[in-house]
Design a protein around this ligand. Sequence first.
Ligand code: MN3
Length: 231
Amino acid sequence: MKHNRRLFLKKGVAVAGALYLKPWQLNAQTISEYTLAPLPYAFSDLEPHIDTKTMELHYGKHHQAYVTQLNKALANTGKPAPSLDNLMQTISKYGVAVRNNGGGHFNHTLFWQMMQPNGGGQPQGKLADMITLQFGSFEKFKQAFKTAALSQFGSGWAWLIQQRDTLKITTTPNQDNPRMDVVVKSEQGNPLLCIDVWEHAYYLKHQNMRANYIDAFFNVVNWNFISKRLS
Ligand code: MN3
């Protein structure tokens, strides 16, 4: 009897609670939404390495879709939006729609900033020293990064990550990234450099030749931005 009564009380409280809206459900404006940041350069600025049409579609359609779908998926959870970095570190608590679209938003936000007109060349200072220490030389690093980006089967990303005092090259499928808590611990880290190897990132200009796209990408890398990401 006692047990049943307690159960009834618990259920009663749960039902009563459902009648009241949580503070963040009272007003749609209190729900913080993710937004697509402006590109730090024009669509045509990365020519001839990354073509204008690819940039228009990749940023304007693909990235925008990740942001729209992420906001939709998160609204369905009824929870407020955490910071994007925090979302990555707690992604295991969310469903597949938040993982895919949240990852897509995080990855592309980084990716645009990693490129710049008149980029390329080599990193300087501490990052250059760490790359030489870890990989032997910048050229050896570049080759290893390219090999990793080529080896990612199907859609995904290649990364240079920082793990305390060491650097590591890794890859992730789909829109996963090394900040996500669902990624195996040994492949988690602070993302420094990344390249999108989904076909939508290169097919218009390079068709099936992913290697040519990777070479072109190295001509627009913003090493200054990447160096500042060292922690
Ligand atoms: Mn993409």
